[in-house]
Design a binder for this molecule. Structure first.
Ligand code: GTP
Length: 783
């Protein structure tokens, strides 16, 4: 495997050449199981020769026959064929002190030294035996460069292994002496260097050479003269780079995995070229970050294309899946373990944070499906709440609704936990919970509103019913204490209903203000209701007045229908009836439902004037629209309306009055009717013999007298005069219907009176004839 020039003479790094070499030698996929050895030394000091013999590489060596000129330009990298199992990379650097760059151009030398110190596990320093200890040879400037450049590296926490390979060993000077001289030179150079001010000076030992370097010294014989010996010792040196040789294994633990090595070397070289300090810990973090970011990008792209993920997304958007969370977690875990494999050898701190980033990213890819699932959880919980609360009645409603609410929220919490792929509660879920609580509250309020209005409606019905009958009945009867009765009914009913509010609405958990509002609503409804009942009754004032009038006019004090006989005073009865109607009108004129009106005398007086038949007596109040001394809001009928009602009543009862007057006149005429005088004279002259025979026959006389009394009683009972006022045919029909019961009744009465008279006479010892004559006036009196 040939070597690759990764940095050319001009200082440009070939990233692609570097990457392809790492891939071809297997370091790319070796994780941390590889090592990187670099070599520095003066130009033409046999570096390439040494590397080729120790590692089996094929770096170009100088051909001595063409003169000692520069062979290696820039920085070369090769994989060791002899240590292929250990994945060993070898870095051959351009020789120092070369005449090609000139004496003053040490820039590349310093840059390549820093690069070698930064990337290699072991730095070989190739020195001629005769340069050791010399003040003006090529060794000391090289050592100074190495030690000085190492100070530019931030403390990586690891010592750098420096292996000094002393070439062309001389038997005269043992290695120990050379090593001692070299160490002294190194100490001298190290102590002479100015160290960074802020770091590690506390204990005074922090800047000791051994604290920063592991120094190893070795020597080799002259290659040209003792090639076999050189070969043997080169093989021995190789063994120090074999992992199997645990005790003497030199390469230290890597911090950058092979997969990120090309990127790492590229970044380090760029930093060096920009002449910046190399912060290796930060660099490792940066490399790890870049690598993790790459992995996240690749994995998340792959995840979004994954068929299982797509299927899960489709299912999740259709309905709530019981195993969404576990399935989602399963796929995510697979990708996280792939991530772990990809970034296994990078900085743990970076991996931990990037792992979370990947989890979040995968979660974001699933966010649509997860959101849909969370929303299904919300809808399920809400629907449960709506159903349960909808079935609750007023009894302990608030208490039971609170229980249902906590069950619903618990249901939501459990189901979203099953959906979640992380242990933390996402903000989205918190927001959904807040939304759910808001929706639950809205349902609760709506249900409370429904229940409240149902209860209120029912209470209003009860209140309305409780007011209706007492009010309508009282207005029908219109007793003198109408308003007192109505006030006590109103107060009692309203009090009872208002008291039942707490019992009816108590279960809803309403606050005091709300309950007070309901009480006010019910009170206001009650007021409206009894006000409308009063108004409705007042609307039928003409009928009430007519009824009052008719009741007084057509019936006597005992409720018996009046008989308009000849002696009856129709005018007086009419006036009394009107007074009754006027009294009723007075009760309907002013409302006293809230309080008793004391000053109604003027109203009564004014209404009294309506009863007079003379229009001139009418009170002047009827020309105005208000009653004197009465609050306007209490007026049910103003004077004009009263007059109108009165007129209406008068017109409606006028027929009844005229009927009564007609009947009365007819009765009067009937009572005055008698037989003409000539008929009486003719009867006396023509019936003289019959009269005398009757007078001389006492039995016949008694019979005739009794017959007369009986006939008269029947006549009066039938009241033929009144019947005839209806017309001949109706009178005939009416008499035919009444005659039989009247005959029976008169017979019974007659018999009873005869019996009574006999008993009295028996007691008094009087003659029977006198009893019979006494029966006639009694019968007349009854009729
Ligand atoms: N005296 C002596 N000469 C050596 C030794 N090893 C190699 N050489 C010779 O030194 C010359 C330079 O050898 P290289 O291996 O090319 O030296 P280099 O350090 O890689 O040269 P540059 O890459 O140009 O810096 C060659 O002619 C080698 O034969 C050695 O151990 N002793």
């Amino acid at each position: 495997m040939s070597a690759v020039q990764i940095v050319n003479g001009e200082g440009s790094l070939d990233r692609s050449g570097l990457t392809s070499l790492l891939e071809s030698c297997g370091v790319e996929g070796a994780g941390l199981e590889y090592s990187l050895i670099a070599i520095m030394g003066p130009q033409s000091s046999g570096k390439s020769t040494l590397l080729n013999h120790v590692f089996g590489t094929s770096f170009r060596e100088m051909d001595a026959r063409s003169g000692r000129s520069q062979t290696t330009q820039g920085i070369w990298l090769a994989a060791s064929p002899k240590l292929s199992d250990d994945k060993t990379l070898v870095l051959d650097l351009e020789g120092t002190d070369g005449r090609e760059r000139g004496e003053d151009d040490t820039n590349f030398e310093r840059q390549s030294a820093l690069f070698a110190l930064a990337v290699s596990d072991v730095l070989l320093i190739n020195l001629w035996h005769h340069d050791v200890g010399r003040e003006h040879g090529s060794g000391k400037p090289l050592l100074k460069t190495i030690l000085q450049e190492n100070l530019k590296l931030f403390d990586s926490g690891k010592k750098k292994t420096l292996v000094f390979v002393i070439r062309d060993r001389s038997l005269k000077t043992p290695l120990e002496a050379l090593a001692k001289t070299l160490r002294e030179d190194l100490e001298k150079i190290w102590n002479g260097l100015s160290k960074p001010e802020n770091e590690g000076r506390d204990d005074g030992k922090a800047w000791e050479l051994d604290g920063h370097f592991d120094l190893i010294f070795t020597s080799l014989p002259n290659y040209e003269e003792k090639e076999e010996e050189f070969e043997a010792e080169a093989t021995l040196l190789r063994s120090k780079f074999k992992k199997s040789n645990e005790e003497n294994y030199l390469p230290s633990e890597k911090s950058v995995p092979g997969s990120a090595l090309s990127m790492s070397m590229d970044q380090i070289w760029s930093t060096i070229k920009e002449n910046k300090n190399l912060d290796l810990p930060a660099h490792r973090v940066m490399v790890a970050t870049v690598r993790c970011d790459q992995s996240i990008l690749e994995l998340s792209h792959d995840f979004s294309e994954n068929a299982e993920v797509k299927a899960l997304e489709d299912e999740a958007s259709a309905s709530l899946l019981g195993d969404y969370g576990s399935r989602c977690k399963g796929v995510v875990e697979t990708y996280l373990s792939r991530f772990d494999d990809l970034v296994e050898f990078f900085e743990d701190s970076v991996i931990a944070s990037k792992r979370l980033e990947l989890t979040e990213k995968l979660g974001q890819i699933m966010s649509g499906a997860t959101s849909a699932q969370n929303d299904f959880c919300r809808m399920d919980a809400l629907s449960f709440y709506g159903k349960e609360v909808g079935a609750l009645d007023k009894d302990k409603f608030a208490e039971r609704a609170a229980k249902v609410k906590s069950e619903s929220l618990e249901m939501f919490d459990t189901s979203v936990m099953n959906v979640s792929i992380t242990d933390e509660t996402p903000k989205e879920v918190e927001d959904l919970r807040v939304r759910l609580e808001g929706e639950i509250l809205a349902i609760y309020n709506a249900r409370i509103k429904d229940l409240k209005s149902l209860i209120m409606e029912s209470m209003k019905k009860v209140l309305s019913k409780a007011l209706y009958m007492p009010f309508t009945n009282t207005f029908e009867d219109l007793p003198e204490d109408t308003w007192g009765t109505l006030r006590s009914v109103k107060t009692k009913v309203m009090k009872e209903q208002c008291q039942s509010i707490e019992e009816e609405l108590g279960g809803l958990g309403l606050d005091a203000d709300n309950l007070e509002g309901c009480r006010e609503e019910l009170t206001s409804f009650g007021k409206e209701r009894y006000t409308s009942l009063i108004e409705e009754s007042v609307k039928s004032a003409p009928k009430i007045l007519k009824d009052k009038f008719v009741k007084s006019f057509c019936y006597d004090g005992k409720g018996t229908p009046r008989v308009w006989g000849p002696k009856v005073d129709v005018g007086a009865i009419n006036l009394d009836a009107k007074k009754e109607a006027a009294k009723a009108l007075c009760l309907l004129t002013v409302s006293q439902i809230e309080k008793e009106q004391k000053e109604l005398t003027k109203v009564e007086e004014a209404l009294d004037t309506l009863t007079s038949s003379e229009g001139s007596d009418l009170s002047p109040v009827f020309a105005s629209d208000s009653w004197p001394g009465v609050e306007k809001e209490c007026v049910l009928l103003d004077p004009m309306e009263c007059r109108s009602v009165w007129r209406q009543m008068e017109s409606e009862v006028s027929y009844t009055i005229s009927q009564a007057v007609t009947a009365h006149e007819a009765a009067k005429q009937a009572s005055n009717r008698g037989p003409p005088l000539w008929t009486i004279i003719a009867m006396v002259l023509l019936g003289w013999n019959e009269i005398m025979s009757v007078l001389y026959n006492p039995l016949l006389l008694i019979f005739l007298v009794l017959l007369f009394v009986f006939g008269r009683a029947v006549w009066l009972r039938i009241d033929i005069g009144s019947e005839l006022e209806k017309g001949f045919i109706p009178a005939l029909v009416s008499i035919s219907l009444k005659i039989t019961p009247i005959l029976i009744e008169v017979c019974q009465q007659f018999a009873w009176q005869v019996k009574e008279a006999i008993e009295k006479n028996a007691e008094a010892g009087k003659p029977k004839e006198k009893v019979a004559t006494n029966a006639t006036p009694t019968s007349k009196k009854d009729d």
